[in-house]
Write a protein that binds this ligand. Structure first.
Ligand SMILES: Cc1cc2nc3c(=O)[nH]c(=O)nc-3n(C[C@H](O)[C@H](O)[C@H](O)COP(=O)(O)OP(=O)(O)OC[C@H]3O[C@@H](n4cnc5c(N)ncnc54)[C@H](O)[C@@H]3O)c2cc1C
Ligand code: SF4
Length: 539
């Protein structure tokens, strides 16, 4: 196969790059390791989810082999998806912009590093990403950085429990505000309005944005994008001048095939992108492709997280809405971040054990069981905390030759630890949550164990100095002239906001640069109407 651009991965980053390039007349081959998860089978996937099975499990589980290590091992299970749409098939859809201060930790607080681009550089691309994904929100976040456009969709109303949280927060001087999300508060982009059916990890209506619905159909309809599924890139080959000449991929039959292209974009998620570069070592690049800095795989980050719950006297009606509607970013900026991380408070609409969990753990039967579930269910309120993690070189993705994937390649080893910076922030967050619960009159306040968000960040950081970074501000690898690495792997710091809106904004920005490079005269093929080819979905 031959293309102008070859994209590895059809998730948020890869799907957006493919569509943006195709709109500019560029022929693209996308190689996606996973299958197409047919929208028509969402009912079956919902049933798996309700049975507490992984709805998006890989058809080839051997592809997902990895080893967790370090003091607080980062477990990847349920934290990524292979398939057209990538992890957006499973995600919650919360889409906050980073704050302008998040790009300047070194300048403002003397720690970590500044990004080589600013919030202002990214702002127009945030606006385009919000439109493409269909973000519902309202500008009531006092800590949001300035925006040039309104949210494309109106916000979801605050829930019953948000109202109870809001009163207590107000009495403590804490601002609670709407949570922006890529979910249809009204019908948008050919997709249905959300029905509040509460199974958002598998959305049966298509109201939750996922790249298989928002980008891939339009990209394919241009006639310029070919998506090859169940095609795992096993290495990138380079030519004599050190540019990538081919992406070598294999399908389940293990027969190797090649795609040649002028430009290659690896958008395989922070862990698999780093692994693919390390797997693509050669005599000229013995430490791995694009790894002269020896930083590929380093500075892996996530968002350490806890949940704090409290017991109300009366019913608080959880689990009626599958997603959260309110947060507070009061503790994310405008504070001393030199010694403890920023954190975000998410006011959960679903907390405490579900009726089935209460039932199977009760040891009761018949009428006693019915009464137990009725009395116990629906009285817990919860606050989830996402904390900023500092980049630490020791937290890293490397190859583990003792663990082989389906194709016989070494799997990733993830070394991970959470330090004092993050733990101090989580302790402070727990104390604040405790004050909110006390103001609400809740009892039996409990803190969960340390958890980690399904956000994989770092591993090919962006920078202007090739000795301390892997990609430049256009996400081009410093060492390889025709290789781009797109995704949250390029983040310099993690902030406390979820990463995907920023992934999308950076992908649109990188696509503009790649298109200008491939077609310097600005030749653009006729654009395909963004509505003509949108999927028409209803519940
Ligand atoms: C349960 C869950 C909830 C989440 N909630 C949120 C949220 O609310 N907000 C938020 O911002 N983020 C959230 N995330 C994270 C979000 O989904 C990811 O940040 C985002 O999808 C990453 O996009 P990506 O394109 O970089 O990577 P991915 O979506 O992981 O896509 C990478 C793709 O590359 C493919 N691939 C990997 N290796 C190869 C290879 N060698 N060859 C070919 N293809 C390959 C994979 O199969 C995959 O399809 C959540 C994630 C999960 C799992
Ligand atoms: S509540 Fe239902 S319709 Fe709405 S996004 Fe979640 S799964 Fe989709």
């Amino acid at each position: 196969m031959e293309a102008e651009a070859c994209v590895v991965g059809a998730g948020a980053a890869g799907g957006i790059i493919a569509l943006e390039l195709a709109r500019r007349g560029i022929r693209v081959v996308v190689l996606e390791s996973g299958p197409r998860h047919d929208f028509g089978r969402r009912g079956e996937y919902v049933r798996r989810y309700l049975r507490h099975e992984n709805p998006w499990r890989s058809p080839l589980p051997e592809l997902d082999r990895y080893t967790p290590g370090g003091p607080t091992p980062y477990v990847l299970d349920w934290k990524r998806v292979r398939g057209v749409g990538g992890s957006t098939l499973h995600w919650e859809g919360y889409t906050l912009r980073l704050h302008a201060d998040d790009f300047r930790l070194r300048s403002l607080h003397g720690i970590a590093d500044d990004w080589p681009i600013s919030y202002q550089d990214l702002e127009p691309f945030y606006a385009r990403a919000e439109k493409a994904l269909g973000v519902a929100g309202t500008p009531d976040d006092p800590w949001a950085s300035p925006r040039s456009t309104p949210f494309p969709l109106p916000p979801f109303p605050l829930s019953y429990s948000d109202g109870r949280f809001a009163g207590a927060c107000r009495s403590l001087g804490i601002a609670l505000h709407h949570l922006p999300q890529a979910r249809n508060s009204v019908a948008y982009g050919g997709r249905a309005q959300c029905r509040a059916c509460s199974t958002c990890h598998v959305c049966p209506t298509g109201a939750k944005a996922s790249i298989d619905l928002t980008h891939i159909p339009e990209a394919e309809a241009t006639g310029r994008v070919r998506v090859v599924t169940e095609a795992t890139v096993v290495r990138l080959e380079t030519d004599r001048v050190g540019e990538v000449s081919a992406a070598v991929f294999a399908r389940p039959d293990k027969v190797e095939q090649r795609v040649t292209a002028r430009v290659f974009v690896v958008a395989a998620g922070a862990i698999e992108t780093a692994r693919l570069l390390l797997l693509s070592s050669s005599r000229a690049a013995p430490d791995g492709l694009a790894n002269r800095s020896r930083l590929v795989g380093k500075f892996f980050m996530s968002h350490p997280s806890i949940e704090v719950t409290g017991l109300a006297r009366d019913k608080v009606h959880p689990y009626r809405i599958g997603f959260s509607t309110a947060v507070s970013r009061q503790f994310t900026v405008e504070r001393d971040r030199a010694s403890r991380g920023a954190f975000m408070l998410e006011f959960m609409n679903s907390a405490g054990p579900t009726p089935d969990r209460l039932a199977v753990t009760s040891g009761q039967w018949g009428e006693a069981l019915r009464r137990h579930v009725q009395d116990e269910f629906g009285r817990r309120l919860g606050i989830r905390v996402y904390c900023e993690q500092l980049p630490d070189r020791a937290n890293s993705v490397s190859l583990n030759p003792r663990v082989r994937d389906y194709f016989g390649n070494p799997g990733p080893h993830i070394h991970y630890s959470v330090g004092g910076y993050e733990r101090r922030a989580l302790d402070e967050a727990k104390e604040i949550a405790g004050r909110i619960f006390a103001a609400m009159g809740l009892t039996d306040v409990r803190r969960s164990n340390l958890m980690f968000a399904a956000h994989q960040i770092g591993t090919h950081r962006m920078g202007t100095d090739p000795s301390v970074s892997v990609v430049d501000t256009n996400l081009k690898a410093h060492d390889v002239a025709n290789l781009y690495l797109v995704g949250s792997g390029c983040f310099v710091t993690a902030s406390s906001s979820p990463p995907t809106l920023t992934i999308a904004a950076l992908a649109i920005r990188a696509a503009e640069h790649i298109a200008a490079r491939l077609h310097p005269t600005g030749r653009v093929a006729p654009s395909v109407s963004s509505h003509e080819h949108e999927p028409r979905l209803t519940s």
